[in-house]
Ligand binder design. Structure first.
Ligand code: ADP
Ligand code: ZN
Ligand code: ZN
Length: 737
């Protein structure tokens, strides 16, 4: 290491290496103007340029001075985020053991990753000049146009943009110039914001329980308090969020509201708009790159009061954060399941810490982690126990499928119930968490099953598109007309997806309007809004949907919910499966009877006496959750212990195993305090042609686990084999697939 007088800039680049890169400052831009968080363009590799982010400066480098390259260009005039946000990103990088460069870039809108300017376009705004004394120069009587323009401007004290002037006053430039010369008006440029300030009309009076919840939250707004808003579906939690958000916005602060599913955003946009006078921006993957950038910038500049979004919105910097709210906090979609495997719920909690403002986690079916945190006094639980307007929770009916014909996906009692609902002109929701037509295509003669050659798993048949699609890697093929093994043309469709159930229903109820709502039918922009409209207008009779439909929606006319297959959660390799099943059943059931009419839930299962199912149905989610918590405690599983999962995959079958064995040796050299299981093949052993293995680490002490990971990841990165395969570390894994 050599000491240098001129500081060296440390730059993070989007590469999978846990290190930064050193550069010299640009000749025209001395390093003192370069602050952490500013983007720069740097030479990287042989002939490429790369956008990087300055993360610090130092007077020394491991690279010899004459070998250091110079920054090509400075992209930003100011850091992308403030020091506190930057600190949070650094902390996250350490916690998830994810390279800082990759992390910084993955939290940015794509447009910023690509080097687009981080500035809101500015608009020129004209406004009346306030004179120092009351002596305003007069406008001559003959100058009627000037007077008219002046009158218009007086009505708009905050100023009018040139665009607004053009649409309100023909040929305004001439008279404006005259007013300017008289010293009556002035122009300034300000960032153009699209976050519309609306005029909310609807007022809601909170009921007693809601008011209590609101009071508890309001009394503690100036600390990083964590609230678990635990209220059954339809208890009015959203209304409480809105009240809190309104309160925060009136104080001039910003509120961030996260929802688990992009399909829920139209619903929340509408409810926010009708209740709160605020500038709202939305952030989710359905936006174009430039829309996303715009929302991000408006949040950062403080032009937006309310930031509504899905998982990745949690990374949006805020100018004046006032509260973070995570709706349906138990939802697995808050955990990103690829590359940077963060939990948006946990990041929201972290952000509340850094900003010293509260976070509200809301759910009708809180995660076991959150319930455990209540036990530990880390979260304050607020219960909302009644349904708005005293709507009652639905009745459950378990239908034993063992006694029925296996070829019928819908049991007789369910069909009768649907018929009755149709007669009453109410709506039925049928839940099936499997899209497509049928999950297995099998030869009737030799038993051949059409599988994905890259994953060794059955392909799902999609009838409308006439494709066999692998739901694991996405590969597609035209369905074979005959069996490739025995050449007979009798192929059987085994099992039911949403597409096929819809077909069965159409046969049974030809006059009914049936909507299928899943990822396949909601791909187009606006399609979810369209479905929601058709449901709310009463046009739809039967809804068939995947978990998309289980979440958050409020459809008052649904009186019957049918769960077509409840069995998948009862026996599964994943220890979280039963928690997920209970949440899903409770959530789906919560869609029934949300208004005046009582609801009914019918659950089809082959295990009607399964203790988990009976506990859930005879009692409630909370009794069930207590039981699960005891179980987890007795076998020392999360939330009573902490996990990290090291995954490795490669086209070469042996490499991942060898890599993981080496990883075990490295870890054993370092500590004996962790429980190590594996290497095991992943539950989905082959995906996209790659063989997949994993190693599970566990400890009842989070710090101990973290400490071990820190040194270990660094070692792994330097293993030669680690460069030949793909590996990743998942801290707090949520699924083992
Ligand atoms: P949750 O989020 O707990 O499922 P919501 O906040 O969506 O419940 O409330 C369910 C329904 O009841 C919504 O249509 C909402 O507008 C209505 N609602 C909630 N609180 C009130 C209230 N205090 N007065 C009147 N209607 C309410
Ligand atoms: Zn065959
Ligand atoms: Zn596949």
């Amino acid at each position: 290491m050599t000491r240098r007088s001129s500081p060296i800039l440390q730059v993070a680049l989007p590469v999978p290496l846990r290190r930064h890169f050193d550069y010299l400052a640009h000749e025209d831009m001395p390093e003192k103007f370069l602050q952490p968080g500013m983007r720069v363009l740097v030479p990287f590799g042989k002939s490429t340029q790369q956008t990087g982010i300055v993360i610090g400066a130092s007077s020394t480098s491991n690279v010899a001075m004459h070998k250091l390259k110079r920054i090509i260009k400075v992209i930003d005039h100011q850091p992308l985020f403030d020091p506190a946000h930057f600190e949070l990103l650094r902390w996250t990088s350490e916690y998830y053991h994810y390279p800082l460069g990759e992390l910084l870039f993955s939290t940015l809108p794509v447009a910023l990753r690509n080097g687009k300017a981080a500035e809101l376009p500015s608009v020129v705004v004209w406004k009346i000049r306030v004179p120092l004394n009351d002596q305003r120069p007069a406008i001559p009587v003959r100058a009627r146009k000037q007077q008219a323009l002046f009158d218009l401007m007086q009505l708009n004290a905050c100023g009018l943009s040139e665009q607004e002037l053009t649409s309100n006053f023909a040929n305004w430039r001439g008279p404006m110039q005259a007013l300017l010369e008289r010293g009556l008006v002035e122009s300034q440029s300000r960032p153009a914001s699209t976050a519309a300030n609306n005029h909310a009309a609807i007022k809601v009076t909170l009921n007693e329980e809601q008011q209590h919840a609101f009071d508890v939250i309001r009394s503690d707004l100036s600390s990083a308090k964590r609230f678990l808003l635990d209220g059954i579906t339809g208890s009015g939690k959203t209304e409480i969020y809105l009240e809190v958000i309104n309160h925060i916005v009136r104080q001039g602060k910003q509120a961030m509201l996260l929802v688990p599913e992009i399909g829920l955003t139209p619903h929340f946009i509408a409810r926010i708009r009708e209740r709160i006078n605020a500038r709202l921006v939305v952030l989710h993957s359905g936006l174009s790159d430039s829309e996303r950038l715009q929302s991000w910038l408006e949040a950062r500049e403080g032009c937006a009061d309310v930031i509504l979004g899905t998982r990745s919105a949690v990374w949006t910097p805020l100018k004046a954060p006032g509260i973070f709210i995570v709706d349906e906090e138990h939802d697995p979609s808050y955990k990103q399941q690829e590359s940077f495997r963060y939990s948006a719920r946990d990041i929201a909690i972290l952000r509340s810490n850094y900003a010293n403002v509260p976070v509200i986690l809301g759910s009708a079916t809180p995660s076991l982690e959150s319930l455990h945190n209540v036990d530990l006094d880390k979260y304050k639980r607020i219960v909302v126990s009644g349904r708005v307007d005293n709507a009652v929770l639905p009745d459950y009916h378990v239908i034993d499928m063992r006694t029925r014909k296996a070829s019928n996906p819908l049991s007789e009692p369910l069909i009768i119930a649907i018929r009755k609902v149709l007669e009453q002109k109410k709506q039925t929701l049928l839940f099936l968490n499997r899209r497509g037509y049928s999950p297995v295509l099998m030869c009737h003669h030799c038993g051949w099953v059409n599988t994905c050659s890259r994953c060794n798993l059955p392909l799902t048949y999609h009838k409308q598109r006439n494709l066999q699609i692998c739901h694991h890697c996405g590969s597609q093929a035209r369905p074979a007309p005959a069996c490739p093994e025995c050449h007979k043309a009798e192929l059987l469709q085994i099992g039911y997806g949403t597409e096929r159930i819809t077909e069965v229903l159409a046969d049974l109820f030809p006059a009914a309007t049936i909507l299928r709502i899943d990822r396949d039918t909601t791909r187009r922009k606006g399609s979810m809004e369209n479905f929601v409209d058709r449901i709310n207008s009463g046009e739809a009779d039967i809804l068939v949907g995947t978990q998309m439909l289980a979440k958050g929606h409020h459809f008052p006319d649904i009186t019957l919910v049918g769960i077509i297959d409840a069995d998948r959660g009862l026996y599964s390799a994943d220890f979280r499966a039963s928690e997920r099943m209970a949440q899903l059943i409770t959530q789906v059931s919560g869609r029934a009877g949300r208004a005046k009419d009582p609801g009914m839930v019918m659950i089809q299962t082959h295990f009607p006496a399964h203790p988990l199912l009976t506990t859930l149905l005879q009692h409630d989610y909370h009794t069930f959750a207590r039981l699960l918590l005891q179980e987890r405690k007795s076998v020392n599983l999360p939330p009573y212990s902490y996990m990290a999962l090291l995954r490795a995959e490669s086209f070469e079958q042996n490499m991942p195993v060898t890599f993981l064995h080496t990883a075990v040796t490295l870890l054993n050299n370092q500590t004996t305090e962790l429980e190590i299981s594996g290497p095991f093949p992943a539950p989905i052993e082959k995906r996209s042609g790659k063989y997949r293995f994993q190693l599970l680490l566990q400890s009842d002490n989070r710090m101990r686990l973290q400490k071990a990971l820190l040194a270990w990841v660094y070692d792994l990165e330097h293993l030669p084999l680690g460069k030949k395969i793909r590996w990743s570390l998942d801290v707090d894994p949520q699924e083992m697939l």
